[in-house]
Design a protein around this ligand. Structure first.
Ligand code: ATP
Ligand code: MG
Length: 174
C-alpha cells in the first residue's frame, strides 16, 4: 500500500487547504518548531481511524478543527483526504470529515462508509491509525528508554516480523 497524496483543510494548523504529493521512497518533513509537522502525521492517523482525542493531543475530537488565531476566525469543519494505491493495486481516496456539533464521517471514493470499512482497508498490521510504523514524538523517549529486548520487540513489530516469532514459538511447542 502506497500513499500518493494527502489533502488537508481546516485540520489543526492547516487552515487553508494543503495538497501534498507523496513520492515513492522516504519522505522527510522539515520545518521550525510549531510549524505543523506533527499535525501532518496526526491528520494521517486521524483519517485512518484514530479515535482517541488524547493521542491527537486534544481534549475532545473537535479540537482537531482549526480553532482560530488572533487574525483568523475558527473553522466549522476539518477534512482530510488520503489518496492511495490499495493492496489490490487500485487507487482509492479515503476522506474523513468532522463538523462542529455533528461528529465525523468517512467516505471511500465518494461513497459514505462506516469507520469499520476504513478499518478494513487499513487492516494490514503495518498500516492504520495504530500502526507500530507511526511513532509519535512523545513515544520516541519510550523507544530510547526501553531495555534492549523491549526495543527489539518494538522494532520487530514495526518491521512487521513480530508475528513470525509467535508462529515459531507455536511450532516449537507442538
Ligand atoms: P515541533 O518541531 O516542536 O515538534 P511541529 O512542527 O511538530 O513542532 P505541531 O505540533 O504539528 O508542530 O504544531 C503545533 C501548532 O499547531 C501550534 O502552533 C498549535 O497552536 C497549532 N494547533 C494545534 N491545534 C490547532 C487547532 N485546532 N487550531 C489551530 N492551531 C492548532
Ligand atoms: Mg512535532
Amino acid at each position: 500500500m502506497q500513499i500518493k497524496r494527502l489533502r488537508i483543510a481546516g485540520f489543526k494548523s492547516f487552515v487553508d487547504p494543503a495538497d501534498l504529493a507523496i513520492e515513492r521512497g522516504l519522505t522527510g518533513v522539515v520545518g521550525p518548531n510549531g510549524c505543523g509537522k506533527s499535525n501532518l502525521l496526526e491528520a494521517l492517523r486521524w483519517t485512518m481511524g484514530e479515535n482517541s482525542a488524547k493521542s491527537l493531543r486534544g481534549a475532545g475530537m473537535e479540537d482537531v478543527i482549526f480553532a482560530g488565531t488572533a487574525t483568523r476566525p475558527p473553522r466549522d469543519f476539518a477534512e482530510v483526504s488520503i489518496l492511495l494505491d490499495g493492496a489490490d493495486g487500485e487507487e482509492r481516496e479515503v476522506v474523513r470529515r468532522i463538523e462542529r456539533g455533528a461528529g465525523s464521517a468517512y467516505r471511500i471514493d465518494g461513497r459514505d462508509v462506516r469507520a469499520k470499512d476504513v478499518g478494513l482497508l487499513f487492516a494490514d498490521a503495518a498500516t492504520g491509525a495504530h500502526s507500530p510504523a507511526l511513532v509519535s514524538q512523545n513515544r520516541i523517549g519510550a523507544v530510547i528508554a526501553a531495555k534492549p529486548a523491549e526495543r527489539r520487540a518494538m522494532l520487530e513489530e514495526a518491521a512487521g516480523i513480530a508475528g513470525l516469532h509467535v508462529r515459531r514459538r507455536d511450532a516449537e511447542q507442538k
